[in-house]
Design a protein around this ligand. Structure first.
Ligand code: SAH
Ligand code: SF4
Length: 360
């Protein structure tokens, strides 16, 4: 029988397993604590009885995803490609700053939403991550950090988190509970292309911060850029946002990838202000990260500036966010896709990444 991945068990599941082995319930708490500290070898669970350590090792798969590639950017962020047990690749980006440590994580291998500007979308959905695989990214990042821990998590890596709803909720519960990783709900942000029923369900189950991949205030254009808009057009999305329990000072974040001559006009800014009316939103303006196979280009500095000014003059905060780690393969999804292509093409190309690693 296939062994369960140790991180896929909730605290309740550990309690049940421990009681089935006829040990007292406090042992489950101890096991859970070791696991969340990032220790993934039961032999190192020093306060656990020896016989139980052995039972743990034979019953569960105690193996974190492996770090396949680690690329440090000049801006201090580090991009990781992780290899899962079945050799599938995902990526995460660790972005330490003075007052926080933000980790951008993946929720799926690939994505089926097929947004026109996104490289992850091009590969389609390969599979969902399990709740433990989602969590494992935080534990790996904590192990990589010296004397610091991840304080903020954003689901802006590969995948559409709300398309993997059940596993997402299990992972969020462990992330945000005080017996789990204890992260504040304000500091965990789920980013979605706009799956309305799941936005509503998320608000009811674990009301973490919400970001919407918005990208244009016009339905026709948005349906072309983001097929999800055909199912959940802007008025339906707005209703869900109005009802979402607001968690942060800024309310909901609208992510707006700025594409030259496409969605960067003042006409767009004006319609965006209209959409935002009645909502508590902040708009993140993100110059497009171009990637091979697309003719789209990032908006020019001057249109970014006038777009930003238009919003800010109307009291909508609109910081420009350059994707961190641009020099090591830009937007989330791009590095893992590149690695997959390289490995599919010719496994010997590994040396190229190795050389990059040596430079770190
Ligand atoms: N699927 C979710 C979360 C992952 S995408 C979502 O769409 O929200 C994370 C963010 O990266 C989204 O806002 C997405 O629109 C943005 N993104 C995708 N491709 C990009 C690109 N080429 N340049 C800049 N941002 C991009
Ligand atoms: Fe999927 Fe988000 Fe990319 Fe759209 S932008 S294809 S939802 S990962």
């Amino acid at each position: 029988m296939e062994r369960l991945f140790y991180l896929d068990l909730s605290f309740e599941a550990w309690s049940q397993w421990v009681s089935e082995q006829n040990y007292p319930s406090y042992i489950a708490k101890q096991i859970f604590e070791w696991i969340l500290k990032g220790v993934n070898d039961p032999q190192k669970f020093s306060n656990i009885p020896k016989a139980l350590k052995e039972k743990l090792a034979e019953s569960f798969r105690f193996e974190l995803p492996k770090i396949d590639t680690r690329l440090k950017s000049r801006d201090e962020s580090t991009k990781y490609v992780l290899k899962l047990w079945d050799d599938k690749l995902i990526e995460m980006v660790l972005m330490p700053s003075l007052d926080r440590v933000t980790l951008c994580i993946s929720s799926q291998v690939g994505c089926k939403m097929n947004c026109s500007f996104c490289q992850t979308g091009k590969m389609g959905l390969m599979r969902n991550l399990s709740s433990g695989e989602i969590l494992s990214q935080i534990l790996i990042a904590n192990n990589e950090l010296e004397n610091r821990k991840v304080t903020n998590v954003v689901f802006m890596g590969m995948g559409e988190p709300l398309d993997n709803f059940d596993e997402l909720i299990l992972a969020l519960q462990i992330m945000t509970s005080k017996d789990g990783l204890g992260l504040s709900k304000h500091k965990v942000t789920v980013s979605t292309s706009g799956l309305v029923p799941e936005i509503e369900a998320l608000g009811k189950k674990v009301a973490v911060s919400l970001a919407i991949s918005f990208h244009t205030p016009f339905d026709e254009e948005r349906s072309l850029m983001m097929p999800v808009n055909r199912k959940y057009p802007l008025d339906v999305l707005k209703k869900a946002l109005l009802e979402y329990p607001i968690q942060t000072r800024h309310g909901i974040t609208l992510e707006y990838v700025m594409i030259k001559n496409k969605n960067d006009s003042l006409k767009h800014a004006k319609a965006l202000v209209k959409f935002a009316h009645g909502l508590k939103v902040k708009v993140n303006l993100i110059p497009l990260n171009p990637h091979p196979g697309t003719a789209m280009e990032p908006a020019l500095e001057e249109s970014l500036k006038s777009f930003q000014k238009y919003l800010e003059d109307r009291s909508i905060s609109a910081p420009v966010r350059y994707s961190r780690g641009q020099d090591v393969s830009a937007a989330c999804g791009q590095l893992a896709v590149k690695r997959k292509e390289e490995l599919d093409e010719d496994p010997r190309l590994l040396w190229r990444q190795r050389r990059a690693l040596e430079r770190i």
